[in-house]
Design a protein around this ligand. Structure first.
Ligand SMILES: [Mg+2]
Length: 129
């Protein structure tokens, strides 16, 4: 367990929060994700525009940290090897969304490539069931 994970576990144990149910963390992740989304309600900043707004950037960073902390808490308490799971998922999505298909695609509104690829993957997984 990394130093950061040990610190998170101690934080939970010191408060007797290490007995929280998985649903408590799942709900908290969703709530914090909504708080993150609230910062983008009615706005559509680019990466560069967000970086140019230090106050908003700090608020967004804080919400992202809230989400990540809850994710790590849930993984630690439920004995989920999050690094292995992230690696597995990256392997899967690297195959599902091939760089050669998406790299050169125009970012035009209405580009249906994402949905075409996603629906093809869904059909494939259904046929394998
Ligand atoms: Mg928050």
């Amino acid at each position: 367990m990394s130093e950061l994970e040990q610190r998170i576990l101690k934080f939970l144990q010191d408060r007797d929060w290490d007995q929280l149910h998985p649903s408590d963390h799942a709900k908290s992740i969703s709530i914090e994700a909504s708080e993150l989304l609230e910062h983008f309600q009615w706005s559509h900043e680019t990466i560069q525009e967000l970086a140019a707004n230090p106050e908003k950037h700090a608020k967004v960073s804080g919400e992202l940290a809230d989400i990540m902390i809850y994710c790590l808490q849930m993984a630690i308490l439920n004995n989920i090897d999050w690094q292995a799971e992230v690696t597995k998922k990256l392997d899967k999505i690297e195959n599902k969304y091939p760089a050669e298909v998406f790299k050169t695609r125009q970012k035009a509104a209405g580009d249906s490539t994402y949905w075409e690829v996603k629906n093809a993957a869904r059909k494939k997984s259904q046929s394998e069931e």
